[in-house]
Design a protein around this ligand. Structure first.
Ligand code: NAD
Length: 251
């Protein structure tokens, strides 16, 4: 299927590794011109070169922290009018909420809620004017099934999820072919997840998932590209789980 996004401008945050990078690869393969960002330069440069070698759209890279005003200004200077925006940043650490101070909460909100909200604010009116826009926020399966020790993530991502549910249904947005969806990963074999377990624990964790394996980041990237496609124009305001069957509810 041709997703119809060749030549579209895509801005993908947190994209030197893991799920963000997989989204950038899938979008570039479809011919979108991608601007990627991440905090550390060597990994970002390596990712940009590898994505460029796929032979799809053009690739630009900006080393910055997307959780800051300066970081967002830098990516928007490189890609001022994206047609596609993928919001992503590293998740906050786990822990006991009794140990978290205001600063811990502010960091989580900056990275996993406000960065996405401010990038949406800066880009959505251009999408509305042009009559095409696709926004995908990478959140977490924990939005549907919160896990106690991930309190910082649960709180920040719930805030983003509620905000998106409201604006996605604005007729000025949905009525102008601008969609906003959240993509909720279960367990994916990224550096971050693999770094959490030794081999024994990894196998045990995998066996708790009905699919009996971790997700491959490329599966996530392909679903992201579909949500950014011309064909997905009637899907908006959704929380789309991709978790190998791990979530047991019906809604
Ligand atoms: P990862 O650590 O493999 O990759 C994260 C990428 O984002 C890297 O390129 C990193 O440099 C970049 N990044 C992190 N913080 C940034 C910032 N402030 N500014 C710019 N770039 C930044 O992580 P991942 O596994 O791909 O996870 C991506 C998101 O999905 C995280 O929020 C994570 O909590 C969430 N998530 C992941 C899984 C999983 O199984 N991998 C499951 C649930 C939720």
């Amino acid at each position: 299927m041709d997703l119809g996004i060749a030549g579209k401008r895509a801005l993908i945050c947190g994209a030197s590794k893991g799920l963000g990078r997989a989204c950038a690869e899938s979008l570039a393969r479809e011919g979108a011109d991608v601007t990627i960002c991440a905090r550390s330069e060597p990994a970002l440069d390596e990712a940009a070169a590898a994505i460029g070698a796929l032979g799809g759209g053009r690739v630009a890279a900006v080393a910055c922290d997307i959780a800051t005003d300066a970081g967002r200004a830098a990516v928007l200077a490189a890609c001022p009018n994206p047609d596609i925006l993928v919001n992503n940043a590293g998740g906050p650490p786990p822990g006991d909420f009794r140990d978290w101070e205001r600063d811990d909460w502010i960091k989580a909100l900056d990275a996993n809620m406000l960065a996405a909200i401010f990038l949406i604010k800066s880009t959505i009116d251009g999408m509305i004017e042009r009559g095409f826009g696709r926004i995908v926020n990478i959140t977490s399966g924990a939005v549907k099934a919160p896990i106690g020790m991930l309190g910082l993530s649960n709180g920040a991502r719930a805030g983003l999820t509620g905000f998106v549910a409201g604006i996605a249904r604005d007729k000025k947005t949905a009525g102008r072919n601008v969609t906003i969806n959240n993509l909720l990963p279960g367990a994916f074999a990224t550096d971050r997840l693999m770094g959490m377990f030794d081999e024994d624990a990894r196998t045990k964790r995998m066996m708790t998932i009905p699919a009996q394996r971790f997700g491959d980041p490329s599966e996530f990237g392909e679903l992201c590209a579909y949500l950014c496609s011309v064909q997905a124009g009637y899907i908006t305001g959704q929380n789309v789980l991709i978790d190998g069957g791990a979530y047991t509810g019906t809604l």
